[in-house]
Design a protein around this ligand. Structure first.
Ligand code: SF4
Length: 363
């Protein structure tokens, strides 16, 4: 096992990776441009998304918003709608907010300097370094999960990558390893190499240009690198959605700030501390308030979805299809009535989308 401070075991990896990238790097749409706006757009999309899924979204968003001005003038609803299905919706909100700042503060010229990029909403160290190096040639190492994995394995480092000390040490090491002459190419090479060769599971060590020097391969510790120290606590939540219909209309509400899915639409929601059933839900204070003036209320069906996994939460969701004689004043106070066949016009979470797809197929 090595510590990063043990410099004697370090050797430059850039030459082998840059050469590998020239021969094997993937041809992706955002690699055919030096436009910082398009590179930034691709980096935001790819933050939590695989390349295959992200490519379709990139092409759709780049076609609809070919430059930062067009994105800045879009409504949040439109951006969320185009983003639907990608998850981590704060990225979409920040995308539009950053575009508006670029127009307001930089006169529509997309910045290429790390320090300027870092001031934009949703742009952290990694994204700023990626855009600055690729579009601006600035010598900044972009350290994403791929880069961390490659460094931890090549140098067989046991320092946890998810602690403050680990992040600092890996950032320093990445900066030392950077090819300062070709920072953009080097950063893309490491990311591509990590995504296609030095993968999290079953890395292709037999085809790896670094296999002769890879310390983890020599030590038999590839499967244990990188080391993660901090444990992320996952919280369970139980969502009970009321898909209420009356006279071909249904009810939606836009989620507010301070919780998941901000800005997305959803059916009336009752959140409980655990699982429950419809009879119990009918006694809930919200339920009685909403439906006291709704006339006859009938349960038409219940859909229990498989647990929906977010990064720090597991959502256990049940959707109740309910028919009400009318929408009470309390329902109309709290929710927006919409035509039942216009639900596709509203940006919803992946969870609600799964329910609606299931409904089309006849749950
Ligand atoms: S030899 Fe294997 S573990 Fe080491 S860098 Fe190459 S692919 Fe990764």
């Amino acid at each position: 096992m090595n510590r990063i401070s043990d410099d004697s075991s370090l050797f430059p990896i850039a030459p082998a990776l840059v050469e590998w990238y020239a021969l094997r790097g993937r041809d992706l749409p955002w690699r055919r441009t030096r436009d910082p706006y398009l590179i930034w757009l691709s980096e935001i999309i790819l933050q939590q998304t695989r390349v295959r899924q992200g490519t379709a979204y990139f092409e759709r968003l780049a076609a609809r918003f070919p430059d930062v001005t067009s994105l800045a003038s879009a409504t949040e609803d439109e951006v969320l709608r185009l983003w639907q299905g990608l998850g981590y919706y704060s990225r979409a909100r920040n995308l539009r907010a950053a575009a508006r700042e670029v127009v307001a503060r930089f006169g529509g010229r997309f910045p290429v300097r790390y320090d300027e990029l870092r001031t934009l909403p949703g742009v952290g160290d990694y994204t700023a370094a990626a855009v600055a190096s690729i579009a601006g040639g600035e010598p900044r190492a972009a350290v994403d999960g791929n880069a961390l994995r490659v460094l931890a394995r090549v140098f067989d480092l046991d320092l946890p990558v998810d602690t403050a000390a680990g992040r600092r040490a890996f950032a320093e090491l990445a900066q030392q390893q950077l090819d300062a002459e070709r920072p953009g190419v080097y950063n893309q090479a490491v990311m591509d190499f990590g995504a296609t060769v030095c993968t999290p599971r079953q890395p292709a060590c037999a085809e790896c240009p670094l296999s002769g020097r890879c310390l983890a391969l020599g030590a038999g510790t590839v499967g244990q690198r990188p080391v993660k120290g901090g444990r992320t606590k996952v919280r369970d939540r139980w969502f009970h959605y009321l898909h209420v219909c009356s006279n071909e209309r249904t009810l939606l509400r836009r989620r507010g700030a301070g919780d998941i899915w901000q800005g997305l639409y959803e059916f009336p929601l009752i959140e409980r501390e655990g699982a429950t059933d419809y009879a119990d839900l009918c006694g809930d204070a919200c339920f009685t308030e909403w439906f006291a003036g709704a006339g006859t209320v009938r349960l038409l069906g219940t859909s229990v979805l498989p647990p929906h996994q977010l990064s720090h939460q597991t959502i256990h969701a049940v959707f109740y299809r309910i028919e009400a004689e009318r929408f009470s004043a309390e329902l109309l106070r709290d929710f927006l009535p919409v035509a039942a066949d216009s639900l596709g016009d509203y940006a919803v979470s992946r969870l609600t989308e799964r329910y609606l797809l299931g409904l089309q197929k006849g749950w």
